[in-house]
Design a protein around this ligand. Structure first.
Ligand SMILES: C[S@@+](CC[C@H](N)C(=O)[O-])C[C@H]1O[C@@H](n2cnc3c(N)ncnc32)[C@H](O)[C@@H]1O
Length: 348
């Protein structure tokens, strides 16, 4: 007789992986058909199907899946949104995630060619790898949504507690994109002025976000390319979040030298980035790394040691390293001070 043993580990992590594609399709189809915006009040499946001109049987089955994952609930035979949907999938919610979901789902055709990439190298015919394509409106909205659902609040909380932040009067948010970090910093410190520096097409989006939050008086934008343009001077603190990892080490050094020059004496640099870990990267950063490689889009997952080496070389003294990892944001914050003994950097 051959006995049936118990497996040594549970299969649930793999089951979740397998269900992931199906559930993402259910979620994005529900959003495409405006199901959530129609379920602010309880509604039966057949009425909903009629409103959407959709098949009644499939509508009901799809609603049942949404109930099973707590996106909607059943009340008196009707279906209604849960708080999860009210927070994240209703357009006028401050935490709306619809652009981010669209952005991720749109990359599915790319993932389906992973086997081709294994054979031939990156998919350079995708045409999406160029920088002007990377930092478009869809990307900036998606990155705004990814940060505002908690990551930004956690990061700002840590930075607002730093002595360097408390003394800051003028802050630059370099590669600040949507401007939400700048807005949050200005709201934490009423005497602070913030400048969001980013590419010309991006600062126009940031300008709109700043206006939405009514922060135009203390948060402004400066259009430029930090690989080519001057950053100005007189900043007490320069914050750089998820922007340096698009550059190779050679240009990164030039950018950090510019940052050094733009800071006041003893000014602070705070960088916030995903980093390469020794033994195991997070699923978020390793999928990001693979996706951009498939696209042929330049990016570099630097280790903490590589950032620290580079900062020292550019005349900074490290002050603090703060690990702020969550499953969706495996980030490390490095706080450094300008070392005045180095003098002003003159480009060679
Ligand atoms: C992933 S987004 C990060 C946005 C924001 N800092 C955050 O953490 O959510 C990267 C930002 O860096 C900006 N960026 C990249 N290269 C740049 C350059 N050479 N000059 C100015 N901005 C740049 C992009 O336009 C984009 O807004």
């Amino acid at each position: 007789m051959k006995e049936i043993p118990n497996p040594q580990t549970g299969f649930e992590p793999i089951s979740q992986m397998i269900r992931g594609y199906q559930l993402t399709q259910v979620l994005s189809t529900a959003m495409k058909y405006g199901i959530f915006s129609r379920l602010d009040k309880p509604k039966g499946a057949s009425i909903l199907a009629e409103e959407m001109s959709a098949d009644a049987v499939i509508t009901e089955k799809l609603l049942e899946v949404l109930v099973s994952v707590d996106l909607i609930s059943k009340v008196d035979g009707g279906y209604v949104n849960t708080d999860l949907v009210r927070s994240f999938f209703i357009k006028d919610s401050i935490f709306y995630q619809g652009d981010l979901i669209d952005f991720m789902v749109d990359s599915y055709p790319l993932w389906s060619k992973l086997d081709q990439a294994l054979e031939n190298g990156h998919l350079d015919n995708s045409g999406e790898g160029k920088r002007e394509d990377t930092f478009d409106k869809r990307f900036i909205l998606a990155s705004a949504e990814a940060s505002i659902r908690g990551t930004l609040q956690d990061t700002v909380e840590v930075i607002a507690g730093l002595p360097e932040f408390k003394d800051t009067k003028l802050l630059m948010d370099l590669g600040g994109g949507h401007g939400l970090y700048s807005i949050a910093f200005a709201q934490r410190n009423p005497s602070l002025e913030v400048v969001v520096f980013d590419l010309p097409q991006v600062v126009e989006i940031g300008r709109g976000v700043i206006k939405d939050y009514g922060m135009e008086a203390r948060v402004s934008v400066l259009a430029g390319d930090y690989l080519k343009d001057d950053l100005g001077s007189g900043y007490d603190l320069i914050f750089i979040s998820h922007s340096l990892f698009y550059q190779p080490r050679e240009t990164l050094e030039g950018s950090l030298n510019k940052v050094y020059n733009a800071l006041k004496d003893k000014g602070a640099l705070v960088i916030n980035h995903w980093i390469r870990q020794k033994n195991k990267n997070s699923v978020v950063s390793s999928l990001w790394d693979l996706r951009l490689t498939l696209l042929g889009s330049p990016h570099y997952l630097y280790s903490k040691e590589e950032y620290l080496d580079l900062l020292r070389k550019c005349g900074f003294v490290e002050k603090d390293i703060i690990h702020l990892p969550t499953s969706s944001n495996p980030t490390v914050i490095i706080v450094a001070r300008k070392d005045d003994r180095r003098g002003t950097f003159t480009p060679s």
